[in-house]
Design a protein. Structure first.
Length: 192
């Protein structure tokens, strides 16, 4: 996937091409849903955010300017703002994720044995809990860098930050996440 393809698809969408919209939607839906789910902790909020992102893209209500950056980064920025807006409106930052959020996480390898699948599921749950206790501004940067493999520059664009701020928030977020996961690591060492 490259930015030229996204821009061509966006132009086609503006001319009414439904297939182009479906292609762009399939390309970015999963990543946006995962990001929104990790940030909000609520599958229903994540689904609403993805819907709002793409509805806004269809209506051109967010005013994407290709000269200011990549479409993918713009979409993540819109998703981030929508999640933050939802959190402000509902006076809560994180709700425990339910069982119906299968899109947000990769399932354990079905070929693995039952113990391996159980440990993988537990690791995912520990990561969810660790991310849930991070301050939102650290959580954004950690999720984008570690789980979505965005560069410092891309994160700076998405979060509207300076690169130095991205670096410091990533370092502090990693430290806080490591502290949050420390009890689970000691349990894992006891088992091994």
């Amino acid at each position: 996937m490259n930015e030229t393809d996204d821009l061509q698809l966006l132009r086609a969408i503006r001319q009414g091409d439904e297939a182009a919209f479906q292609t762009l939607y399939r390309r970015h839906r999963s990543g946006l849903y995962s990001f929104a789910l990790l940030h909000s902790g609520a599958p229903d909020v994540a689904a609403d955010v993805v819907q709002d992102v793409f509805m806004g893209l269809l209506n051109d209500s967010y005013g994407f300017d290709p000269l200011k950056g990549m479409l993918a980064n713009f979409l993540y920025g819109v998703a981030r703002n929508l999640v933050l807006s939802h959190a402000r409106q509902n006076s809560r930052w994180v709700q425990a994720a339910g069982d119906d959020d299968e899109d947000g996480w990769e399932a354990a390898d079905p070929a693995a044995g039952p113990l391996a699948r159980l440990l993988d599921d537990e690791a995912v749950e520990h990561l969810r809990r660790g991310l849930a206790v991070l301050a939102p501004h650290y959580r954004d940067v950690v999720i984008l860098f570690e789980l979505h493999e965005k560069s410092y520059q891309e994160i700076a664009q998405i979060c509207q930050l300076e690169i130095g701020t991205v670096r410091s928030r990533l370092a502090r977020g990693r430290t806080a996440l490591a502290q949050a996961l420390a009890p689970y690591r000691s349990i894992a060492k006891d088992i091994a």
